[in-house]
Structures are given as C-alpha cells and as structure tokens.
Design a protein around this ligand. Sequence first.
Ligand code: BG6
Length: 491
Amino acid sequence: RVAGPCVMVLFGVTGDLAKRKLLPAIYDLGNRGLLPPGFSLVGFARRDWKDQDFAQLTHDAVKAHARTPFREEVWKQIREGIHFVPGEFSDDGAFDALAMALAEIDETRGTGGNYAFYLSVPPKFFPVVVEQLKRTGLSDAPDGSWRRVVIEKPFGHDLKSAHELNEITTSAFPESSIFRIDHYLGKETVQNIMALRFANNLYEPIWNRSFVDHVQITMAEDIGIGGRAGYYDGIGAARDVIQNHLLQLLALVAMEDPTSFEANSLRREKEKVLKAVRLPANLGLNTARGQYSAGWQGGEKVVGYLQEEGISPQSTTETYAAIKLEIANRRWAGVPFYLRTGKRLGRRVTEVAVVFQRAPHLPFSKDDTEILGQNALVVRVQPDEGITVRFGSKVPGTAMEVRDVSMDFAYGESFLESSPEAYERLLLDVMIGDPPLFPHQREVELSWNILDPIEEFWATQGQPEPYESGSWGPESADAMMARDGRVWRRL
Ligand code: BG6
C-alpha cells in the first residue's frame, strides 16, 4: 500500500501529540519506505520561525520518539520537504501565505494539489481554522486532486457539541474527506480482534450469550495527567477514553461480521452494536468514578489529582471510571459488558477479556473446582501484545487434580514483522484515502448518546471517590462487580 505524492499540513506542531507521535510516525513511515515521492510536511504555528526551526523541532522529536533507527538518508528525504508558515489562526494573511506556499510546493515537488490538513489543535480552534481553509479555497479540491482534513478527539464534549463541531467541519469538507482519528483503531492488536473473530471458526460459535458470562474491557494507565491539566480537567476519564477508545473496542468485540472490511460495511456493523447498547436502570449502582490521591508509583512518591499543577483543589473531574453496559440484541441479551479505565493505577495495561460461563457440571473434587476460575479469552492490547486463553488443566501427578493454565500467543514469538505504531498506520491511511479505521460521525454521536446520561448523573454526585495512586481504583468499582457476583480481573 503506497500513497501518491502529497503535502501534510500540520496545525499544532508544538503540541505534545505532534512531538511524541505524529512527527516520529512520519519519520518511521519514511524509514519503512512508505512516504510518497515528493512528500512535504508543512508546519503552521504562532511562532516567529523559519523552515529550519521547524526542521529542528522535527529532528528532535524523531530522535527522541521514533521507533525505527535514525538513518541520515531518510531524515534528508524528509528534511527536503519541510516548510514552516508562521501565523495566528485568525490571521488572513498567514493563511494566504499558506496557500501560496502550498502552490509553490506543488510546483517544485510535484505534489499535485493533494493536501491533508491535520488539526492537532484544541477543538475551540476548529471553527477558525476550517473557516480559513474555506476562505482561501484550500478545502476545495481542484479536479484530479484531493483535500482531506484530519481531526483528533475530543469530538465534542457531549452529543450536542459533537453535532455542532461536525456541522462546522462538514461546511467545508464532504464527509468522505473527513478523517476522525481514534488511535486505538490504528493498533495492530485492536485490528486483530477482527481477524481473531472472522478468520477463524474456533471462537465465533461460542461468542454469544449461550457461552459468554460477561466481557471486561480495561484500559489502565500508570501515568497521571502529566502536563495536560488544561485539557483533562472538566473532561475526565469517561469522556477522554470510554466515549471513544473503549466503546470502539466494545463495538469490535460485539459486532456481527461485516460483509467486507470496506468502510461502509464495517462502520454499519459497529453502528448497529452501539445503537443496541443499553444503560442499566440504576446508574448509582452500576457505574463507579474515582479520583487519584497521593501514593507511590514505580518507587516514587506522586501527588494526588487535586494537587496537580493547574487543577482546582475542588475539581470533581474523575480520573477513574467504570460502567456496566448491556447490548440488546439476540447475540448478547443479558451479557454484561464492564468497561473501566483509570490513571495512576497499578500498571499500564489494556485488554479485552471475554469470560465464559462455568462448565455446567464439574466431575472433580469440590476443593479443585473451587480454585478453578472461569475460562477466558484475553486480547492483550498492550503492552505484551498477544492473546491468552485461560482454561483448566490436569495437574501432573497421580491424582485427578485440576488447575487453571494459560495458552499464549505473543506477537514477538509468532511474527518476524514488527508492528507499525498506531499513528503510522493511520497517517498512511489518510494519505492513501482509506477510511475504514476512522470512525464515522454517526459512531461518534451514538457513543455520546451512551455517555451523556452517565455524565449527567455523575454531575449530580459531587466529588468522585478517592483511590490511592498505584492501587486498582476506588472501592465502589469492586463493589459494583461484587453485587453481580463477579470480580475485576487481576492485572
Ligand atoms: C489518549 C488519551 O487518547 O490516549 C490519553 O487522551 C491517554 O489520556 C492515551 O493517555 C493513551 O494512549 P495509549 O496508546 O498510550 O494507550
């Protein structure tokens, strides 16, 4: 899969995402030979910079964060296509200069008027940037060329604002030119959920309410909010990752098989599942929210959320969220899906665990069957990417004793190929114009539809329950599972 010649215009070049993910991903694509000939990278920011300053920032970001080794010839290829346009988003002159710079790049590098505009900026700037792209005609693709816009979450704050944001974006770009990034869909292990389910005949017959007891989707992080107070406060764990990453995981795990992996077929199946999601009647008992307090992590003393720089000491923003959902369709009726995420938890791990019902009868001694867990299939999204199946096995010896064991698939052992970073895959897809791994606006809105009532309920609940940094979250999350006679998986 290779892209044709094009320009990537990056708004927000000095941001964290650009430095840690986007610029290194561009380099890694170059290193894998996947950047198109003539590829050019234009940075736009409110800095009094020349091309060489942006090149320096890119160089530093690549050196610090690229996954592939630094090679001078790859860097040289990228460096040749680097340009910088200084300016404010509200400055017409700066956007006129951008349009001129792009026309010149087309002349000198043969990029043919193909531009991807990557808005790595807070959503409050979307309207003005989109307006400028419209005013300068940059959003209109002349015949034979393309114009695409890439937007990063958060896609709004709730259903209403997501809708408004979309109105703004679609006023300048047709839906087919809008690429909404949910970087979890760019992860190998996440795409592999589809391969696991639909390339095999082993799992699908038992992937339903007749065999599955429940599903647990966990995204645990050991980091706190770092320098992201401005973004995170008032948003919280559920809007930050459940609305997007975890509901996308749920959709992939629960959807029916798409007729193909073409965007419309795949999105349609995800939408059907999201539409069938039901909230429990009692949100107080079936959701949990927490906020990290001081504690120890990785041998270091860390402060609580309320003491983080830039956070109001009265903040009611949650840094941990757990919710129980059901899916009202024939395959899943009555099977709970438990979703949880949190910052400053015991360790960084994301996984999807499909937990099966117990065998209907166990002809073993009572002692044995008491220690036997439920069968589970666990997709280890990260780290230690792979899949584990947990099942009972005979303990070697002269008695018929049984115990849980694991069967593991690990990427590193089965494949020589290394996994591209999520952003590498997604940036390449943008340049190629391949949309399946980008959520449609309908998915975004269906996900807000699920979250909005929970957020509204939480807004009436005051302070989230504190949990110690380095622990596994608030007690109310364990109590929520215990009421259902279940426990969170120990990670
Ligand atoms: C982002 C969230 O979308 O995902 C962050 O905004 C979170 O809060 C990050 O830390 C985690 O991504 P990953 O790829 O490290 O799991």
